[in-house]
Design a protein around this ligand. Structure first.
Ligand SMILES: *[C@@H]1O[C@H](CO)[C@@H](O)[C@H](O)[C@H]1NC(C)=O
Ligand SMILES: *[C@@H]1O[C@H](CO)[C@@H](O)[C@H](O)[C@H]1NC(C)=O
Ligand SMILES: *[C@@H]1O[C@H](CO)[C@@H](O)[C@H](O)[C@H]1NC(C)=O
Ligand SMILES: *[C@@H]1O[C@H](CO)[C@@H](O)[C@H](O)[C@H]1NC(C)=O
Length: 323
């Protein structure tokens, strides 16, 4: 009997442990309570009366819709506080808007988090960064150390994406349903709202950019300038879009050409879920529950701004909540 049992159990045990090891090496445990930081930027003339810095509510809702919680990142913290915050959150979103790409607090904070993210990833800690519009431009400035932008006719136009060959097996798009990829390639679903772009010419002739990022899509403006519209880093979880997936879901101004079709909404939801899934691979956490609660966006009350801006709502961010 004992021998018979060994015959049965030993091979079973071997199979089981093999299976278990494979699971371990392929899929590290995921963090299903991800918290993502969004960089604030200085308020400009229309918002100045409300406060010192802001985050558009559409970016908050976008990440929340993907299953994450949000921590707004004030422009008034000390370097030590930013460092502490980096080791507390699971990813960073650098939003669109209007800020100087070299001298603003927004740009300095983007660069600080970028450097910390490269360091962390180099040491085996997965930390994803996402840039949208101005955030896309900011990432190209940080990576190349230069402003290589050109003025384009793209301030109010929705476009299909011209996918590169690399898009199909990119981390960003490889799990998109085939019909959605087709829609994205032929329907004008990507809302462009930028005066500056990086041309394919400038991007590909810059060694740092070429070596760091893979181009996933390009577009052409009405003047025939071909610009880069979607990128992902070759060896880091860093992603950026020159267009605005969060607007498809959450911005309704008629001053801008923003697609709200079923495919536009589906595409935007996939983008949000993709990035939140990236943040699930990070296990940074706040020092304790109180610190976490105090940092979250739920402490802030959005302000109605649809009458004076292209945003339905914004959050005014100060440095009271996080210390
Ligand atoms: C390339 O970048 C420079 C700035 O460094 C800019 O003046 C020029 O217009 C850009 N050219 C193209 C084709 O994008
Ligand atoms: C896609 O690329 C082609 C060729 O460069 C260009 O003619 C076309 O305008 C581009 N389409 C979009 C939507 O940017
Ligand atoms: C932007 O485009 C939309 C749709 O084409 C148009 O209705 C709107 O007037 C445009 N806005 C501006 C400021 O030109
Ligand atoms: C959480 O940590 C802070 C220090 O960052 C401390 O002041 C506070 O007492 C701690 N709260 C709890 C509930 O442990």
């Amino acid at each position: 009997m004992a021998i018979l049992r060994l015959d049965v159990y030993v091979p079973l045990l071997c199979v089981f442990s093999l299976f278990r090891c494979q699971l371990c090496s392929v899929e590290p445990p995921l963090n299903h309570r991800p918290i993502i930081g969004i960089l604030a930027q200085k308020t400009s003339y229309r918002f100045e009366n409300f406060g010192h810095s802001f985050v558009a509510a559409s970016y908050v809702k976008y990440l929340e819709s993907g299953g994450a919680r949000v921590v707004p990142i004030s422009i008034d913290l000390t370097e030590a506080q930013y460092q502490k915050l980096f080791y507390s959150i699971n990813g960073l979103l650098i939003p669109g808007g209007g800020a100087n790409l070299v001298t603003s607090e927004y740009s300095k904070n983007a660069e600080l988090f970028y450097k910390l993210a490269l360091q962390a990833n180099d040491h085996g800690t997965y930390f994803p960064i996402w840039g949208t519009c101005l955030g896309f431009e900011e990432l190209t400035v940080i990576t190349s150390g230069r402003k290589l932008l050109i003025n384009t006719d793209t301030s109010n136009v929705s476009l299909p994406l011209n996918f590169t060959k690399g898009a199909q097996d990119s981390r960003m798009f490889k799990n998109f349903p085939v019909d959605l990829m087709k829609a994205l390639a032929v329907e004008p679903l990507a809302a462009n709202s930028h005066r500056w772009s990086i041309s394919v010419k400038n991007f590909t002739s810059n060694t740092e950019l070429r070596n760091f990022y893979k181009i996933l899509s390009t577009n052409m403006d009405s003047k025939g300038i071909e610009f880069v519209s979607t990128i992902e880093a070759h060896s880091y979880p860093i992603y950026a879009v020159q267009w605005h997936p969060e607007k498809n879901l959450f911005e309704w101004t008629k001053k801008k050409d923003i697609p709200h079709t079923a495919n536009a909404v589906k595409m935007a939801s996939y983008m949000a879920e993709f990035f939140v899934n990236e943040a699930r691979k990070n296990w940074h956490q706040f020092f304790n529950k109180t610190e976490e609660e105090n940092a979250l966006i739920y402490h802030y009350v959005p302000i109605y701004t649809a009458d004076i801006s292209i945003y339905e709502q914004i959050y005014i961010i100060d440095n009271k909540a996080f210390s």
